[in-house]
Each structure stands twice: as structure tokens, then as C-alpha cells.
Design a protein around this ligand. Sequence first.
Ligand SMILES: Nc1ncnc2c1ncn2[C@@H]1O[C@H](COP(=O)(O)OP(=O)(O)OP(=O)(O)O)[C@@H](O)[C@H]1O
Length: 240
Amino acid sequence: MDKVIKFKNVSFGYEDKTILEEINFNIEQGDYIGIVGPNGAGKSTMLKLIINQVSPIKGNIELLGNDIKNFNKWEKIGYVNQKSNSFTSSFPATVTEVVSMNLSSKIGLFKHIKKHHLDEVYKVLKLVGLYEYKDRLIGSLSGGQQQKVFIARALIKSPKILILDEPTVGIDVNGQKEFYEILNKLNSKLGLTIIIVSHDLFIVKKEVKKIAFIKDKKVKVMKNTKDDINNDILIDLFDM
Ligand SMILES: Nc1ncnc2c1ncn2[C@@H]1O[C@H](COP(=O)(O)OP(=O)(O)OP(=O)(O)O)[C@@H](O)[C@H]1O
């Protein structure tokens, strides 16, 4: 399988504090991987390394076969974070407009959206089950629905990898269930590679195919099967 992300001997720290040390791991095309670990372990830092918000102190990262330092296909990396769903009810943009904004490089800012662009927007809204909300103001949607709009917004660029940082914080149980159903569909039907950071191991464990545990500056990746991840391993990893 193609490796879409490679960490080669990567170390990173803030000031004099090392957060990740000599990390080697790969994410393959079509993976659905949860990054978990105790508070402050370095989960968000790992994502920041992948989206080039911070750079390794040692080692290097490859994205879609390119050294991250020369990588320029950022439209292939979709990103949804936990703060996306914070529109107030009077925010003056419809669901269609919020998704189309991510097409501005194709359409041109402030230009009228063409029919084929609108068709693309409707297609991704259908994928996330929100087509009938297309003309609603974004702020009138629930937190869970707003997060689905942000998935659609990422999907409009046809990403190869979708990265989500704690995307279901503050979303009720039903909203979370629907959200994970969509991720599952995107992974199993469209083969999208998905990386999700969560502090909630037990929710993520129900959903993903692989888990990357971060603890003591190291990352351990395991297949999410009964054999690979049993209670002893969890107790050891999380000091439970
Ligand atoms: N910009 C920064 N400057 C200095 N230290 C930072 C910075 N960002 C994060 N840290 C520290 O780096 C460590 C890892 O942070 P990170 O946010 O990656 O952890 P996390 O596993 O995502 O945590 P949480 O589950 O609490 O969100 C923490 O000790 C944090 O305080």
C-alpha cells in the first residue's frame, strides 16, 4: 500500500521541552487512524507537524511522497478542528456559502459561483447528509451539523487525507454517532485516508481501524483488533 505520510526519526519540542522523540511511523492510503494519548502527550502537536504548522527539530516528514519542506499540494490535505463549530445564529452565511468559500481558489474571490461549482457543493453536502440544509444559515445548525458542514468544506477540494482534531467536542451522543457514520462511509466507500485525534479512547476505538498511542514522547501504532489491543495494553499505556 502507498504510504501517504512518513515520519522518519522525527523529534520535536517546544523551547527546551521535548514532546516527541525519534518517531518513525507511516500512515497508508486508506487508513482510518485514531491518535490517542493522555492530556499533553503531543496529539495536537503531531497534527501540527503533519500540516506543517511546526517543523521537526530532527528527522523529516514526507507527505504524499514529497518531503514536507517542498510540499505544495496542500489542497490534498483536508483539516477540521474542534473550533470550527462556533458560528452564532446570526452569522450571515448559508451552508452552501460556507462550503463554496473553500472553492475560492477555483472560482476567484467574490466572483459568482458557476453551475458546475454549485453541483460540486451539492454533491459533498449530499455525502455528509446535509443537502436539505443547503440554504440554511450556518449558525442555525446544531454543533454536530456544523461539523458536518466543515467536513463537506474540506471534501470540496477532493483531499487525499482528512485530518480531524477533536472534532466532536461539545457534540451530543447522537450527533457524534452520525458524525462517525459519515467518517466511516468516507473511509470505506471512497477510500479517504482519515486521521482523527481524540482524548476519548473508548469512542475512537469503536470506530477506527488503527490506533496511534502517544505516551512518554513515543508513538506506538496498533491495528484495532481484539488481538492487538486488549485491556492489558490499555492499562499499560494509560496507567489505568
Ligand atoms: N505553543 C506551545 N508552546 C509551548 N508548549 C506547548 C505549545 N503547544 C503545546 N505545548 C505543550 O506541549 C505538550 C503537548 O501539547 P499537545 O497540545 O500536543 O498535547 P495533546 O496531547 O494534544 O493534549 P490535550 O489532550 O490536552 O489536547 C503539552 O505539554 C503542551 O503544554
